[in-house]
Design a protein around this ligand. Structure first.
Ligand code: GCU
Ligand code: CA
Length: 389
């Protein structure tokens, strides 16, 4: 559906004005940030990985017993729900004793979240006493704890539904009434922006965010339907942006000259076609991103009316099948795609194509395929750049 210009500009002014808290359910949990008293951290309080809440997170010393400890107050005795928000940028799970009032009651393990800037919440249930309780996460291996952002504590609360591993939990919700224009920086504070469009794959849907040249969009969860996602009209940065269900495309990059586009952190689920669509010129770098269930992760436009050489750098990404192709590029326009640190999950037969070559055109026809695989010219990688899990 296309909005007329008058309606579109009204909607734009009205975009994103209503904010409400994330869990209107019964009694909200109390949040204890790991970086501030009464919590203690055997390690350092850091803030170098985006996406944390409060002013930082506990980076525990990588050692057995280097724990994070919280002192919480329970209004009654009973079963409490704990939500531990953490990030583990390694691929090795980090186990810990969960010690309540001095006794180890469980040994949860904090799996890799894909990146240090990718935060997940683990929900645990424990018995607590009325009044003050200490809750300690005590690592049992020399890798120490994951980075710990906070503990949510609620007596009698029912566990919240869990997003897939590595996916952030929204901190709140922002109602979107029309395309949101961004110039400068829009920091969503990890709230979910919802929604626009009808969830279809039609071309020419309105985007949820329209970024001016030089703009940055960060710490945003794009809810579904997302319309045509994010549009950049020139160089832009998308940092820690998460698409819960990609509609048409997650993001489209436009602009002439030699714009540099950066996608750093974040993730995308359920793109029946493309995740990142490169229609303008320049170089797109995509790093520290995860995607699952998509057609093509990156595509240099195969049949745009203005064609030019495009370059993409894809590094440190985790791609989970179903997924057909990592990148599709046009060799007749001299495109390049450079890959490193690519992890492909759920692909025992190695059927995901890393680099599909096409002969692009500018008259709107479906482009012809022209082979695939590393060639040292357009498709740049070696087998050590790709890991299967
Ligand atoms: C890196 C990362 C830290 C993390 C550490 C670890 O140094 O920057 O935030 O705590 O790894 O392995 O524990
Ligand atoms: Ca650490």
């Amino acid at each position: 559906m296309r909005l007329g210009p008058l309606i579109a500009s009204t909607a734009l002014v009205a975009g994103a004005i209503l904010v409400w808290p994330a869990s209107p359910a019964s009694a909200a949990p109390t949040r204890f940030e790991a970086e501030s008293s009464p919590a203690t951290c055997t390690g350092t309080i850091d803030s170098n990985w985006a996406g944390f809440s409060g002013s930082g997170f506990c980076n525990g010393t990588n050692a057995v017993g280097a724990g994070a400890q919280f002192t919480v107050n329970a209004s009654t005795s009973g079963t409490a729900t704990l939500g531990v928000r953490f990030a583990n940028g390694t691929t090795t799970a980090r186990p810990a004793g969960l010690i309540v009032n001095g006794s180890t009651v469980q040994t949860p393990s904090f799996e890799g979240t894909g990146a240090w800037s990718t935060w997940a919440t683990k929900t645990l249930s424990v018995s607590v006493n009325a009044g003050s309780n200490t809750i300690r996460l005590n690592p049992t291996t020399s890798n120490g704890l994951p980075n710990v952002d906070y503990l949510d504590f609620e007596v009698g609360g029912s566990p919240q539904p869990q997003p897939p591993p590595g996916w952030p939990t929204p901190t709140g919700q922002v109602t979107v009434n029309g395309t949101i224009s961004v110039s400068g920086v829009l920091d969503g504070g990890m709230r979910r922006y919802c929604c626009i469009g009808d969830g279809g794959q039609e071309e020419d849907q309105d985007p949820m965010f329209e970024l001016a040249s030089g703009a940055t969009l960060q710490n945003v969860i794009v809810g579904a339907p997302a319309g045509d996602g994010v549009h950049c009209s020139g160089p832009c940065t998308l940092r820690n942006v998460w698409w819960e269900d990609v509609g048409e495309d997650a993001a489209t990059f436009r602009g002439s000259g030699s714009p540099q586009f950066l996608v750093d952190g974040g993730g995308a689920r359920s793109a029946s076609d493309k995740v990142f669509q490169h229609n303008g010129a320049g170089t797109l770098t995509i790093q520290n991103v995860q995607a699952s269930n998509f057609g093509t992760f990156y595509r240099s436009c195969g049949n745009c009316s203005t064609q030019t050489q495009r370059n993409v750098v894809i590094r440190n990404v985790t791609l989970t099948r179903p997924g057909n192709r990592v990148a599709g590029i046009n060799i007749n326009y001299g495109d390049t795609a450079r890959f490193s640190g690519i992890t492909i999950v759920n692909d025992p037969n190695r059927s995901m194509v890393i680099c599909q070559k096409y002969i692009g055109n500018d008259d709107g026809d479906e482009p012809d395929e022209a082979g695939s695989g590393a060639d040292g010219t357009n498709c740049l990688y070696s087998s050590s750049d790709i890991t299967y899990r």
